[in-house]
Design a protein around this ligand. Structure first.
Ligand SMILES: [Zn+2]
Length: 387
């Protein structure tokens, strides 16, 4: 055998080894599930495909948790992991499902809205595959997701994404972004079917309030805020002022742009009777000028580059050596959700939505996040679901 052939075979073997090892890790990540322990408030668990049958059997299908009080009132839907790399959202949803008790009305929670995106991370950007949170019973491990549906599930991308039904031209990458594909359609691409399923859920379950949870870069002005269209803006303003005054964290209201289509806070309000709100909390991990994208940065938000930028007043949030720990971000989301329910209930008493046992900002800062996750090994098997 010539020397050239030996070199070629060796190169193919090395290439195959790299692909095999990396592929096995990505396969394992895609199929890794995190258990969620249904709390005492959970009365039933449906699937999004119950509202959009074309999702059945696809990675777009996802769990829908119902927490029904049995007392006449309003209905709220909380959507998390529209962008799964904004981890404070899904963690807030887990905390609500595992702990909240509905006292009046109904709470519906979708913890992994863009389930496909939660199963494809960004190795090219140095993202970790997993992160873990300390609990009273050990570590709870979560998948680290990306921002758009996995190309394994939705591919190829169009040259230009044409929004349905407004025909607005959007970036090709937005076809895989479930915050650009509202209100969706049952026969569209996977992300359009996911949004359509949620629109049907909102219409069929007579949902009054929809809250879409996110996290944002500290260098992006739309952070620490509630994004709301005209129909929701009074309640958003009252909720924002109240959390600032009573719970002492920064928050403001951003108007939902009228002419930018596909966004949850625009289309949900236009295509249903519900009042939509989109919540942003800081997520320093997402900023570009940071050190290595480690699980530690994901959780504590501490970064020397961001601290230097904060000292130059380049950030849109207060930022110190403390970083921006995950407890604060989840706490902010919990408190803003509860205050939106409170303000909505004041305005529409017959449609009140009242929860107990859901922690607020001060509780999470004091107790940490782990105490709100229950040990799956101690839970009844029929009370465990996988996300
Ligand atoms: Zn987002």
């Amino acid at each position: 055998m010539s020397r050239m052939w030996i070199v070629k075979i060796a190169l193919v073997a090395v290439f195959g080894l790299v692909i095999g090892v990396a592929g096995a890790q990505l396969y394992e990540h895609r199929h890794f599930d995190t258990p969620i322990v249904a709390g005492p408030g959970v009365t039933r668990v449906a699937k999004l495909s119950d509202y959009c049958p074309t999702l059945k059997g696809t990675t777009g299908d996802t769990n829908v948790f119902f927490l029904e009080s049995g007392v006449s009132g309003g209905t709220a839907l909380v959507i998390a992991a529209t962008h799964p790399n904004e981890i404070c959202a899904a963690l807030t949803a887990f905390v609500l499902v595992e702990n909240a008790m509905p006292e009046q009305g109904t709470l519906i929670v979708i913890p992994e809205f863009n389930n496909s995106a939660s199963r494809a991370t960004w190795p090219g950007d140095g993202y970790p595959l997993y992160y873990s949170i300390d609990t009273l019973w050990g570590e709870k491990t979560f998948r680290m997701g990306g921002r758009g549906a996995s190309p394994v599930d939705q591919w190829p991308d169009p040259d230009v994404f044409v929004h349905y039904p407004e025909k607005q031209l959007l970036s090709y990458i937005d076809s895989r972004n479930t915050n650009r594909t509202w209100p969706g359609r049952p026969d569209g691409v996977l992300t359009e079917r996911v949004c359509y399923g949620a629109m049907e859920l909102i219409r069929q379950e007579n949902v009054n309030v929809v809250i879409d949870l996110h996290g944002a870069e500290t260098m992006f002005p739309v952070t620490n805020c509630i994004v709301a269209p005209d129909k929701s803006v009074r309640i958003a303003a009252m909720a924002s002022l109240t959390v600032q005054m009573q719970e002492h964290f920064a928050n403001h209201v951003e108007p939902s742009p009228l002419s930018f289509h596909g966004l949850s806070h625009r289309e949900i309000g236009d295509y249903s009777d519900a009042l939509p709100f989109l919540l942003e909390a800081p997520c320093p991990f997402l900023d570009q000028p940071t050190g290595p994208k480690t699980p530690q940065l994901l959780l504590d938000g501490k970064d020397a580059f961001l601290l230097s930028l904060a000292q130059q007043k380049r950030l849109f949030v207060p930022y110190t050596e403390e970083g921006w720990p995950i407890e604060k971000r989840v706490g902010q989301h919990c408190s803003v959700i509860l205050e939106i329910f409170n303000q909505f209930s004041k305005r529409y008493p017959d449609l009140s939505i009242i929860l107990s046992d859901a922690p607020k900002y001060a509780d999470l800062v004091e107790n940490g996040l782990g105490v709100y996750f229950h040990d799956p090994s101690q839970a009844a098997p029929d009370g465990i679901y996988y996300e």
